[in-house]
Every structure is written in structure tokens, then in C-alpha cells.
Design a protein. Structure first.
Length: 300
């Protein structure tokens, strides 16, 4: 039976990681190998199954303790032997340096032919790193500061403070210069690119530059007309309900939507929902029964 290194599957070289690290490692690997982003790749599908299996085992303290015993037997001891070998080589190197200090080092014979000068390697800029974060409509509209944590190439977690500019659009990217992978041969570091996704919520929905919301009204307000208040993203507006308005009708409040990036704004669009009370008083029941008797209206 092949032993699976769940820690390596989630991007770790050791089992000395916290539960928070495991959650972050799972999100990173799941995003990278998700079948929707790797259509037709059988290898990505199998890797995605291993990632979910690794998270299920390591996120549970009891199953993780049991797995760690097998991990130490199959992998941990081997890593310890390799580390001990490195330590011995390092000690021998230091001992050699001490001998050279006191007894002198043997001089190597210089080659008769002149050494050929090698050309210096060209500087190579480091690769960019891309990630994504979700923000609410309110955070995107007013601007906000978000903190994110990513795993660096050395396996350690690194935190970043990301300033979300007011009016940013969904799928736009924020660039943090020099926060990507390290350059080679003196080259500049790559950048960190953060893609923004604006989330919908129960109150507001963003479509283009327009913000949609639901406006709930009573049956009598719908039948008789009324002036009601509606909450927008940056304040309360008063709108007029026309007589006979229906569920699904829309009221547009111009210039109260999302920022369009040109100094203007889209519209706030209220979707009408006529709400019927679930509980009625005896007097209200009598009024509805009277209305039923005298009204000739039939919507069917």
C-alpha cells in the first residue's frame, strides 16, 4: 500500500504546522487543482481528491494524531537522518576551517593556462504571484483595508495589508510591487497580484454600475399609493409608490448606485415586493372579508 504524504499534498515539508496553516494550505491547493479550472485533466482531478482527503484527516485532531504516527515511521525518520547527515557535514566543514587557521591550508597549484573569464549570468526578474480575495459591496464602494496571509517560498506564512480603493470593480487586480517571487542574479522581485471579487449580500446586488435592492411594501400601500423610505448604500431615500403597483415592478433612483469610475454613479433600482401579513387581528380579518365581498377584481 502506497503511503500518502498528506502534509506534502497541502504544501508542507514538515508536520510541525498549526491548524490555521492546514486550512490555508488546503485553500491554496484546492484553488490550484479545482476541476473547474483544470477541465479534462485527470491528474488534477486525482490531486483534488487527495487534497480533500488530506484536509479531512489533518483537520481532525484525533485522526491527525493517528496519521502522525505513520508519517513519522514512513517520512519523519528519513528526514531526521538527512538532517543529521547535513549537521555532520557542516561540523566537518567547521573543523576543516579551524585546522586551516592553525596549520595553514594547502595551496592549490595554479593552472599553467590562464583561467577563461566566464560571462556573468543575466539578471532575471522573479515570477509574479496571483491570489484573490472577496470584499463586500460596502467595502468596495467606500474603500477598505484588508489583511491577507500567504505562504512564502520558504514555507513560512507572510501577512500583507491590502488597501482597497473606493469604487474598485469586480475582477480588477491590485498590484503589490516586489512582493512576488525573488529575482535571480540580481534581478528584481516579482509582484503580488490580488484579484478582487465583490460579493452579493441580502441587501444589495451589484450589476454593472447599478445597485439592486428589494423594497417591501404592504398591500394597502400598493393599492392606494404611498411615500416610503428606502435604504441606499450611502443614505436613505424617499420614493413615491404609485397606485396599483405590482410585485416585480421596479423603481429607479438615479445617481444613487455604484461609482462608474468617471466621477459619476449608476442608479439604485428597487424591486417591489408586496408582503401579506402572516397574522391578522379580528378587525383586519373582517375588513379583508368585506373587501372580498364588494371587490370585483380577479387577477386569474
Amino acid at each position: 500500500m502506497i503511503f500518502k504524504d498528506y502534509y506534502k499534498i497541502l504544501g508542507f515539508e514538515t508536520n510541525k504546522v498549526s491548524l490555521d496553516d492546514i486550512k490555508i494550505g488546503f485553500r491554496e491547493q484546492a484553488k490550484k487543482y479545482h476541476p473547474d479550472l483544470n477541465e479534462g485533466s485527470g491528474r488534477a482531478e486525482e490531486r483534488f481528491k487527495d487534497i480533500n482527503e488530506a484536509y479531512r484527516i489533518l483537520s481532525n485532531p484525533a485522526s491527525r494524531r493517528k496519521y502522525d504516527r505513520s508519517w513519522n515511521a514512513n517520512i519523519g525518520r528519513k528526514k531526521n537522518k538527512e538532517q543529521n547527515a547535513k549537521n555532520i557535514n557542516h561540523s566537518n566543514s567547521i573543523l576543516g576551517e579551524i585546522k586551516n587557521m592553525f596549520f595553514g591550508a594547502k595551496k592549490e597549484e595554479e593552472p599553467k593556462e590562464k583561467k577563461i573569464k566566464t560571462k556573468s549570468k543575466p539578471a532575471v526578474k522573479g515570477e509574479n504571484i496571483e491570489t484573490a480575495i472577496n470584499v463586500s459591496i460596502e467595502e468596495a464602494f467606500f474603500g477598505a483595508t484588508k489583511k491577507i496571509s500567504l505562504r512564502a517560498t520558504d514555507g513560512k506564512m507572510k501577512s500583507f495589508s491590502v488597501k482597497i480603493p473606493a469604487g474598485i470593480r469586480s475582477d480588477e487586480k491590485i498590484r503589490l510591487i516586489g512582493q512576488g517571487k525573488k529575482g535571480e542574479n540580481g534581478g528584481k522581485n516579482g509582484d503580488l497580484l490580488i484579484q478582487i471579487t465583490i460579493e452579493k449580500n441580502k441587501k444589495f446586488r451589484l450589476e454593472g454600475c447599478n445597485i439592486y435592492t428589494d423594497l417591501k411594501i404592504t398591500p394597502w400601500e400598493a393599492a392606494l399609493g404611498a411615500r416610503v423610505s428606502i435604504e441606499g448604500i450611502d443614505g436613505t431615500e424617499t420614493v413615491y409608490i404609485q397606485k396599483g403597483i405590482q410585485t416585480g415592478d421596479k423603481i429607479k433612483i438615479q445617481g444613487k448606485g455604484y461609482k462608474d469610475g468617471k466621477g459619476g454613479r449608476g442608479d439604485l433600482i428597487a424591486n417591489i415586493k408586496i408582503m401579506v401579513p402572516k397574522k391578522l387581528t379580528q378587525e383586519e380579518i373582517q375588513i379583508y372579508e368585506k373587501l372580498k365581498e364588494i371587490s370585483s377584481y380577479n387577477p386569474r
